[in-house]
Design a protein around this ligand. Structure first.
Ligand SMILES: Nc1ncnc2c1ncn2[C@@H]1O[C@H](COP(=O)(O)OP(=O)(O)OP(=O)(O)O)[C@@H](O)[C@H]1O
Ligand SMILES: [Mg+2]
Length: 165
């Protein structure tokens, strides 16, 4: 059961498909400028969630793991908004972070999904939706959503609405 608290949501999933479906729901609700942070251990399901999110958003290319490219850019048919998917795991120094061009990525006409956002915490916009994925068992994951800022409280309320009716 979800914990009902303003700006927070706690969900347990029992399969990768269920985690991806949550991502898909969130993807349908994103607006240009939105920033989603996916934290959690290796194998927790950040990329699984992202793949679903990309489908919901309407990405014309699949959201696979950006581990080796660091930044993946996706487009969709209905408008010229871009969806950026970053894996920040390897970003260690200020120079590393500066080399990826965050100012361009974090524009008003783009949606951004960060895996390993804690690696770039000082550069993150203060307002964002933070989702922590925790491994409970082989197929069980705990997803904790935290809204930072009014836009993300609204987004989380909408997400709660379409998830629980
Ligand atoms: N409930 C679940 N939700 C999501 N993934 C699950 C679940 N149960 C099992 N899995 C499995 O866990 C793995 C999650 O892998 P994924 O690449 O999404 O992790 P990640 O958090 O992106 O890791 P990394 O930090 O290495 O990028 C997949 O193999 C997936 O099938
Ligand atoms: Mg990943």
């Amino acid at each position: 059961m979800p914990i009902l608290k303003e700006g927070e949501l706690d969900i347990i999933t029992h399969s990768a498909e269920q985690t991806a479906r949550l991502g898909t729901r969130l993807g349908t609700l994103l607006l240009p400028g939105d920033v989603i942070c996916l934290s959690g251990d290796m194998g927790a399901g950040k990329t699984v969630f992202s793949a679903g999110l990309g489908r919901g958003w309407g990405a014309t290319t699949p959201m696979s793991s950006p581990t080796f490219n660091l930044v993946h850019q996706h487009a969709r048919a209905k408008d010229d908004v871009l969806l950026y998917h970053l894996d920040c795991y390897r970003l260690k120094t200020d120079e590393d972070v500066e080399s990826i061009g965050l100012e361009e990525i974090l524009g008003p006409r783009s949606c951004v999904v960060f895996e390993w956002p804690e690696q770039i915490e000082p550069w993150l916009p203060p307002e964002h939706l933070w989702i922590n994925l925790g491994i409970m068992e082989a197929l069980r994951r705990n997803l904790v959503f935290k809204a930072n800022g009014k836009r993300y409280e609204h987004l989380l309320n909408e997400f709660r609405g379409i998830t629980y009716g």
